[in-house]
Design a protein around this ligand. Structure first.
Ligand SMILES: [Zn+2]
Length: 703
């Protein structure tokens, strides 16, 4: 890592403007980024944080169709809602834009034109599903049908919700258009592809240069893709909502840029818009096109390859053949794991979530920020639970931090007319038992290396030491016999309040501002940091001198959370969980419902044979699929089966299984599948192959 950067640009994954952000999003991306940015601002560094709404893509048009409104209505609603929730939570963006802006259209089209002009894109004619009724090409999400792997009847064209297999619409059995319910027909259409493989070597070099400073999860996900070899990726779609493909003539008519190509460029567009707002339209170049600027992309683990491979490849394509106007690649891509909610994954589609805006209607932002920081899913999935939230708020924020601040300020106000009665010496400053140098070295490192849970825990340790110091020095008792000793304890305590106001600022800025005001400062702490009167290093030394006057008022910083406050939330979870379970059971019951009657002749049409597995391997780039080589009598067949999570390839070689031998061949993930083998799903979700024992059964009919 080059430590000589003089500027930092922080970007956060663009929330999709098709729904409200939930606590999982906050924990994975926005809060860690904000904590980092606030810390850096206090260090006096030049840093900006840009983010904004991702406003394109098919799910938005699906929401619009469903609600009978326009896609514009959908994105307007969620852009405002999410921006408002972020603001209330104290996520301090320097700029929060949207990908439907003119500047973004210009930026994305400029990139497309440049790369297209260099002949880098590959154009391919392909057959895609077309809905003759509505006269529209159907993108993956607009096609539904039966999953070829698990037979779930309502699989989406891009993925089966039931078994998780990634699909393409043409793999579906009995595909239907979601727009008209009609069977779609295949029509030829032209699309532009980005040849990721062309950049394989350069991307490998880029990733290799960050081994050691990138997180293990980021290197792992990226490494898996690189090992498999990078393929062409489509970057255009037949759709009306999005950024038109900037190519003259008929061939690009009705086509827009695919959202993965356009969304990542949003970071650049928003920095441009920020610069314009500063009255310095070229200032963005100092962040994107200068080797002096460190770029950090905060993302969730589901977005890794978009940021470590695809976005860098787009920038490399732009940079190709250029001597100036060269874009820098990200120096770090801190991807979080997921934060679960009460032991279960957040799921928007199952409505199993707590939305940020709703949360902030009931509880203060800082209690949430603290609780999430202490559960930051840095290198493994973590969990948010209401009991943990209640315990941390009451035991740590209220009883430790809040209690210490209030006691210190109240006692100074009551017994010393709100004035610091003593000048702390260096020796005094060691009295609370805090190793200032070591603590702040650790804190600095924790923030610099994105260990935010550690940073919050270290800061709470300082608060504990301060609280213990005040309790043990008992100035309220000592005052009667030794006013000087009481004065010293008070001066130290109030200075510790100041230290804590500063040290907590990255994590709980609202509270820091309130403490700072109680200490007698008229200017807000935010402003004091902005104009440089206050900086991070001031937290390490006593700053309030003898005679400094407090504001003479104090407030309770954290209200305790009573059982009654979280009872409705716990009830809500129970309801949500019941609903999730009900849905899961419904899906299970659908399977046990006997299918419509068929004639005996129909049954005889199905040719079931005993087949022996003679070879087996995993299908690349899938989690669920195994490729089996079967011996059926004198014949050999290749069959794909979605059983990779239940069986390892080696464990099924030699098994006698039942093959549906006269099923039409089809392609799954580009591989031919000649039939289907029978399996039963257990309650644990594992698949069990139907096996035949006995010898000499291979190739025989099952009857
Ligand atoms: Zn499936």
């Amino acid at each position: 890592m080059n430590s000589n950067f003089s500027r930092t640009l922080v970007t956060t994954a663009l929330p999709y403007a098709n729904g409200p952000v939930h606590l999982g999003h906050l924990a994975g991306v926005y809060l860690p980024a904000d904590i980092y940015v606030r810390f850096k601002r206090m260090k006096g560094e030049n840093i900006i944080h840009v983010g904004g709404s991702d406003e394109h893509g098919v799910p938005i048009t699906i929401t619009a169709d469903r609600e009978g409104i326009t896609p514009r209505d959908v994105v307007d609603r969620y852009h405002r809602q999410n921006m408002d929730a972020f603001e209330r939570c104290g996520i301090s963006f320097d700029y929060y834009g949207r990908t439907s802006s003119k500047v973004h259209f210009d930026t994305a089209q400029e990139f497309f034109r440049d790369i297209n002009g260099k002949g880098i894109f590959v154009k391919k004619k392909e057959s895609h599903f077309f809905d003759p009724e509505t006269k529209r090409f159907l993108s993956d999400r607009y096609v539904t049908g039966t999953c070829p792997v698990c037979n779930y009847p309502e699989a989406n064209g891009d993925q089966c919700e039931a078994c998780g297999t990634h699909l393409s619409p043409r793999e579906l059995i009995n595909p239907k258009s979601k727009l008209s319910d009609e069977s779609p027909e295949l029509r030829e259409t032209l699309h532009w592809y980005f040849p990721l493989g062309r950049f394989q070597d350069r991307l490998e070099n880029y990733v290799d240069s960050h081994v050691g400073d990138w997180r293990a999860n980021v290197l792992n996900y990226t490494g898996t893709w690189l090992k498999q070899g990078l393929n062409d990726r489509a970057i255009t779609r037949d759709l009306h909502w999005g950024i038109p493909v900037p190519v003259e003539g008929d061939e690009a008519k009705g086509k827009v840029l695919y959202v993965w190509f356009d969304a990542v460029l949003g970071y650049i567009s928003f920095t441009r818009e920020w610069a314009e707002k500063q009255g310095a339209p070229d200032l963005w170049r100092e962040y994107w096109q200068s080797s002096d600027c460190r770029i950090v992309n905060f993302i969730g683990k589901d977005n890794v390859v978009f940021h470590t491979l695809m976005f860098p490849a787009i920038l490399m394509a732009w940079n190709e053949g250029r001597t100036s106007g060269i874009y820098s690649l990200a120096d770090n891509v801190p991807a979080s794991e997921f934060m679960n909610f009460e032991g279960r994954k957040f799921s928007k589609s199952r409505n199993y979530a707590v939305y940020l805006g709703e949360f902030l209607d009931k509880f203060p932002a800082d209690t949430l920020r603290y609780s999430i920081a202490m559960n930051y899913p840095e290198n493994k999935d973590s969990d948010f639970s209401w009991f943990d939230f209640q315990n941390r708020t009451n035991g740590e924020l209220a009883d430790t931090l809040g209690n210490f601040i209030k006691r210190s300020v109240d006692f100074t106000n009551a017994k010393f007319e709100g004035e610091i009665p003593y000048e702390c010496t260096e020796e005094d400053w060691a009295a609370p038992g805090i190793d200032w140098t070591a603590s702040f070295e650790k804190l600095d490192q924790a923030y610099e290396q994105f260990h935010f849970r550690e940073a919050a825990a270290l800061t709470m340790q300082i608060a504990r030491s301060a609280n213990r110091f005040l309790t043990e020095s008992e100035p309220w008792k000592v005052l009667k016999t030794d006013r000087q000793a009481a004065a010293r304890a008070v001066a130290l305590s109030v200075n510790l309040c100041y230290t804590l106001a500063l040290a907590w600022y990255p994590v709980i800025p609202h509270t820091s501002n309130r403490i700072y005001a109680m200490l007698g400062f008229e200017e807000s702490l935010d402003d004091a940091i902005k104009n440089g009167t206050v900086s991070w290093n001031m937290a390490r030394f006593p700053q309030l001198h003898k005679g400094h006057k407090l504001c003479r008022k104090s407030e309770i910083l954290f209200a305790k959370i009573e059982d009654g406050d979280i009872a409705p939330e716990l009830e809500k979870i129970e309801r949500l969980l019941e609903e999730v379970k009900r849905k899961e059971e419904e899906e299970a019951n659908e399977e046990t419902e006997v299918r419509p009657e068929i004639s005996f002749d129909d049954f005889l049409k199905v040719d079931l044979r005993v087949a022996t597995v003679i070879a087996c391997e995993k299908v690349k780039k899938t989690d669920k699929l195994l490729k089996l080589r079967l011996k059926v009598g004198s014949e050999s067949r290749q069959v794909l089966a979605g059983i990779a999570q239940s069986y390892s390839p080696d464990s099924i070689i030699g098994k006698n299984v039942i093959l549906v031998a006269n099923l039409a061949e089809r392609k799954i993930r580009g591989e031919l599948s000649q039939g289907m083998i029978l399996a039963v799903e257990g309650n644990d979700g594992m698949l069990n192959l139907v096996e035949v024992s006995g010898s000499g059964v291979n190739g025989k009919n099952v009857q």
